[in-house]
Design a protein around this ligand. Structure first.
Ligand SMILES: [Zn+2]
Length: 386
C-alpha cells in the first residue's frame, strides 16, 4: 500500500477495513444467523434437489449446518467418479468456526464440490452428524472411496455410517505430517513419495517396508453462516458457468486432462513391442519391463489402467495394434459428454430477502449465534453449549 498508493496502513487497520467492506456488502454476520432457516428454505426453493439442514442447541443457538448441492449431488450419483475427499478448515471471520468440505473430481480433474458443513468447532459428534446427512444424499455407494486425514472423528463416523465404502488416507496430509517429523530425513520423504505413486500392491509394500520405523505423531486439534454461504454461492455459480462454457468449447471427444494424459504417453508407447497370445490378451514389452494387457477385462498388469481408468502405455500399444481409437480405452468419466452432463444444471441465485416467500413456520424458526461468540469476554466460561 505504501509503495503503490503512498499510504501507511497497519495490518490491524487493513483487517478492519476489509471487515467493514464485507459488512457493507453482505450485511451483519452476527445477525445473519437469524436468517439462516429462511435462507436455507429459499435455497432449496431456488435450487430443486438441494438439501440443507440445521441443528441447534437449547435456546435455539446454532450448532451445525449442512448444505448439499442438488445439481452436484445428482450428477455425482451418475457421471462423476465416486472418490470423495473430505476435510475441515478454520473460518477466519469474526464468528470463527469451521467449514467442512466434501468434494470429488470431474472428468477434467477439476474439483467438483458436493457438500459443505458449518459448525463452531470440529469434533467427533460434528463429523458423525455431518456424515449422516451426507449419507442421506449419496445414493451411489458402489465403488465409493472416501479419502480423509483419518482423524478420530472422521474415522469413527466412517465406520458407523459408511461401512461399505472403501477408506483412504490423504497422501498430502500424510506427507505434511511426515515432513514435520522427518525434516532432516530426505530419504524417508523421497521413499514416501515414490510409494504414493506406484500402482502395484507388492511394489507399494516393498517401498513401505523400506521406510524406517516412525514414531507416532501427536494428534493435531483443529480449531455458518449466511455470509459464508453467500460467498460460496457466488463461487459455485461462477464455477458452474465457467466450467460449462469450457466443456462446450472443448472440441474433442475427451477432456483436456485425459487428452494430455494420452499425448504424454504416445512417444513411450511407440518404443514398445507387442506379442499377441489371445484375441483379447497381449504381452507388451517396454524398455524396462513386460506387461500383460487384457482388453476384455480392461486391465493391464501394471495396474495403471485399472486404477486411473485412463490407458497406460501398454494398453495404448494394444489399441494401436488392433486399430482401435485410444479414446475407447478411457472411462466415460473423461468424455466431454459426461463432463457437460456434470455441469448441465445451473446453480440458481437466491432472490433478495425483501421478496422471499417463506411460511410462518420457517419465519418463526430463528437460529441464534452461539453464545460464546456474543460475549467474547466470557468466551471460555460460556462454553457450556458444547
Ligand atoms: Zn500397463
Amino acid at each position: 500500500m505504501r509503495d503503490k498508493h503512498g499510504i501507511n496502513l497497519s495490518y490491524n487497520k487493513a483487517y478492519r477495513s476489509k471487515d467493514n467492506t464485507l459488512h457493507i456488502v453482505f450485511g451483519d454476520q452476527w445477525e445473519s444467523f437469524k436468517m439462516l432457516p429462511a435462507y436455507f428454505h429459499m435455497l432449496e426453493k431456488s435450487n430443486p434437489g438441494r438439501v440443507t439442514k440445521t441443528e441447534t442447541y437449547r435456546k435455539n443457538r446454532f450448532k451445525y449446518g449442512f448444505m448439499a448441492l442438488g445439481a452436484f449431488i445428482e450428477r455425482f450419483n451418475t457421471v462423476i467418479r465416486t472418490v470423495i475427499p473430505d476435510d475441515a478448515t478454520l473460518l477466519k471471520s469474526n464468528t470463527r468456526g469451521v467449514l467442512l468440505v466434501v468434494v470429488c473430481k470431474d472428468g477434467n480433474e477439476i474439483i467438483y464440490p458436493l457438500a459443505f458443513g458449518f459448525a463452531n468447532s470440529e469434533c467427533a459428534k460434528l463429523w458423525t452428524w455431518f456424515l449422516t446427512k451426507l449419507r442421506e444424499v449419496i445414493l451411489c455407494l458402489e465403488l465409493l472411496m472416501i479419502v480423509s486425514d483419518r482423524c478420530t472423528g472422521i474415522s469413527n463416523g466412517m465406520k458407523a455410517i459408511f461401512r461399505d465404502a472403501a477408506q483412504g488416507v490423504c497422501a498430502y496430509q500424510l506427507a505434511k505430517n511426515l515432513k514435520q517429523h522427518c525434516r532432516k530425513r530426505g530419504d524417508v520423504i523421497n521413499l514416501y513419495y515414490r510409494a504414493t505413486y506406484v500402482y502395484r500392491v507388492e511394489e507399494f509394500g516393498r517401498l513401505m517396508a523400506e521406510l524406517p520405523q516412525l514414531r507416532l505423531m501427536p494428534r493435531k486439534r483443529y480449531g455458518p453462516r449466511k455470509r459464508t454461504e453467500i460467498q460460496l454461492e457466488y463461487l459455485l455459480q461462477h464455477w458452474f458457468h465457467d466450467r460449462r462454457s469450457n466443456a462446450r468449447e472443448m472440441p474433442k471427444f475427451l477432456t483436456h486432462n485425459a487428452d494430455q494424459h494420452i499425448k504424454d504417453r504416445v512417444l513411450p508407447s511407440q518404443r514398445c513391442e507387442i506379442h499377441p497370445f489371445d484375441c483379447n490378451r497381449f504381452k507388451v514389452y517396454s524398455k524396462w519391463n513386460e506387461e500383460i494387457v487384457d482388453l476384455e477385462q480392461r486391465s493391464c498388469s501394471c495396474r495403471e489402467w485399472d486404477l486411473d481408468e485412463l490407458p497406460c502405455i501398454h494398453a495404448m500399444v494394444v489399441a494401436t495394434f488392433k486399430g482401435m481409437p485410444i479414446s475407447a480405452l478411457c472411462s466415460d468419466f473423461f468424455t466431454i459428454g459426461w463432463l457437460k452432463q456434470a455441469y448441465a444444471m445451473a446453480v440458481n441465485p437466491v432472490p433478495k430477502p425483501e421478496v422471499w416467500d417463506i411460511t410462518n413456520a420457517v419465519h418463526n424458526c430463528i437460529v441464534l449465534l452461539w453464545k460464546k461468540m456474543i460475549d467474547r469476554k466470557t468466551r471460555e466460561k460460556s462454553d457450556t453449549f458444547c
